[in-house]
Design a protein around this ligand. Structure first.
Ligand SMILES: Cc1ncc(COP(=O)(O)O)c(C=O)c1O
Length: 296
């Protein structure tokens, strides 16, 4: 584990539609903390890695799809910090850039099929894996839940520590992409109501994210916005054109599953007048750029 998680730079984000609405936006570049263990995953894996070390676990097991940013970061962290890793994958064997990296990092891969993967929420799901890998630390899909959340308070700390450098006395709200809702919940807990956290949903609303966040931190201190554009990881031409234009204007790389959709949802809200002129927003770049290889 990182003994000191590298600091994610906080930078001004300059885009024409932000300037037009007189919204000040800064972007917290979690994508830059590390070439491999990057984005919100670096923060979400902190506590599971600490626990694995503290309990003498020989390895860590988790779940994901064949483009999973979470498994990618976990496999890289295992290799770097001396843990074995196992990945339980959705579907049937496929050769994607992410899967090739997982293999190169030495992760043991098990393909569960689709029905097998759907069983991941059942109470007895982990038992056979715990029998097969005794003493290994099991991490929920996407690093979700309390353990994943624990490391995310540091995101707030890192941003606050850099406000003076960009000439801000304070900020008004956060904006970030949401999958499981864990990172958002971590920010909400750290904020304790001081600043609202806006989450742009990468999954359809009926996937239970609101319930997950509610269970973690209750119902206050955040707002969830639909941003998934018809489905998780569904990509359309308008989104790709928006990403390309945003990258050209801001020099910040984005991907289409999380950060690109989150920024587009922010533009929609800004253009609808959701934020008053003069609002200072922190957009969290949650990383995921390795996943771009899957669709570019
Ligand atoms: C790049 C990226 N951004 C955002 C998220 C969403 O994070 P969370 O599951 O904590 O809501 C994920 C993972 O799910 C991700 O890989």
């Amino acid at each position: 584990m990182f003994s000191h998680l590298p600091r994610a730079p906080l930078e001004r984000l300059r885009l024409p539609w932000l300037a037009q609405a007189r919204i000040d936006c800064a972007i917290l570049r979690l994508d830059l903390i590390d070439p491999l263990i990057s984005g919100n995953k670096g923060f979400k894996l902190q506590e599971p890695l600490r626990l694995a070390r503290a309990t003498g676990a020989p390895g860590l097991i988790s779940l994901g799809g064949n483009h999973s940013n979470h498994l990618h970061a976990l496999a890289a962290a295992g290799r770097r910090f001396g843990f074995a890793t196992a990945g339980l994958l959705r579907g049937h064997p496929q050769d994607t850039p992410t899967v090739r990296d997982l293999q190169a990092f030495g992760m043991h891969l098990h393909w569960l099929g689709y029905a097998g993967y759907r069983a991941r929420h059942q109470a007895d799901f982990w038992q056979p894996w715990q029998d097969r890998y005794p003493g290994w630390h099991c991490i929920a899909e996407g690093g979700a839940g309390e353990q994943g959340m624990a490391g995310c308070a540091l995101i707030v700390e890192q941003a606050r520590g850099q406000l003076a450098q960009i000439g801000w006395p304070d900020y008004h709200a956060w904006w970030l992409a949401v999958g499981s809702g864990t990172t958002l919940a971590g920010l909400v807990r750290a904020e304790q109501g001081a600043h609202p956290v806006h989450g742009a949903l990468a999954l359809p609303a009926d996937h239970g994210v609101a319930q997950t966040v509610q269970a973690l931190v209750g119902g206050a201190g955040y707002h969830l916005h639909d941003a998934c554009r018809g489905g998780f990881a569904r990509v359309d031409d308008a989104l790709l054109a928006f990403i390309e234009a945003s990258e050209r204007a801001s020099q910040v790389p984005l991907e289409a599953v999380y950060t690109g959709k989150a920024l587009l949802a922010l533009r929609e809200q800004v253009e609808a007048g959701r934020f008053a002129p003069g609002t200072r927003l922190i957009f969290v770049h949650t990383g995921g750029l390795q996943g771009r290889r899957g669709y570019v």
